[in-house]
Design a protein around this ligand. Structure first.
Ligand code: ITT
Length: 196
């Protein structure tokens, strides 16, 4: 069975593949449909953006599609970067520029106040049926400097106290059993085993 994910993010695609191929699913993404015009993410919530991405592609393909809208929510800066995580430091979507901007904003914030979480909202859009929403999160703190080279995005500054490692110091197997994305997928499969 094939599952189409409305994303161009290579980090997300690799993680969805690792989790879903184990379940026997074949994962496709927007990279397999290069002719589809860019989907503008102008929503103010993860849920709105995930819904827009999934419904746009579902309509185009006339089949069921899922989408992931996700980001890093940091308590000390009112939940930023949040839905603006991908473009926090500008349109180029540079992971290192985004990380530098966050670290600059947190420079005076003491370690006990550097709490935050990764949030992932997965929308399941199906032709002629209501879109379903599943959410997952993963708690951590924001490190004072980047460490590790696995994963993508803000992983090098997302510290998991229980493991004494950043997300970027975890193997993909370790990340994919505890991440916000893994947790959102767990909710999806727990509530909607036969989602199509
Ligand atoms: P698509 O819209 O094509 O899916 P995108 O990267 O623009 O790709 P989002 O709008 O959902 O996707 O932005 C998510 C951003 O949040 C992503 O670019 C990272 O900066 C960050 N992010 C999400 N999940 C992450 C993870 O597992 N590890 C680190 N950073 C993550």
């Amino acid at each position: 069975k094939e599952l189409v994910i409305a994303t161009q993010n290579k980090g997300k695609i690799a993680e969805f593949k690792q989790i879903l191929e184990k379940k026997g699913l074949i994962v496709k993404s927007l990279l397999d449909y290069p002719d589809i015009p860019d989907i503008i993410e102008d929503g103010t919530t993860f849920s709105e953006n995930a819904t827009k991405k999934a419904e746009t592609l579902a309509k185009y393909l006339n089949s069921s599609v899922i989408a992931d809208d996700s980001g890093l929510v940091i308590d000390a800066i009112d939940g930023r970067p949040g839905v603006y995580s991908a473009r926090y430091a500008g349109e180029t979507k540079s992971d290192s520029a985004n990380i530098e901007k966050v670290l600059r904003e947190l420079v005076d914030v003491p370690s006990e106040d550097r709490t935050g979480r990764f949030v992932c909202v997965i929308a399941v859009a199906r032709p002629n049926e209501q879109t379903l929403i599943f959410e997952g999160s993963c708690e951590g703190t924001i490190a004072t400097e980047p460490r590790g080279s696995n994963g993508f995005g803000y992983d090098p500054i997302f510290y998991i106290p229980e493991l004494e490692k950043t997300m970027a110091q975890l193997t993909s197997e370790e990340k994919n059993v505890r991440s916000h994305r893994a947790n959102a997928l767990k909710n999806l499969f727990a509530n909607q085993a036969d989602w199509s």
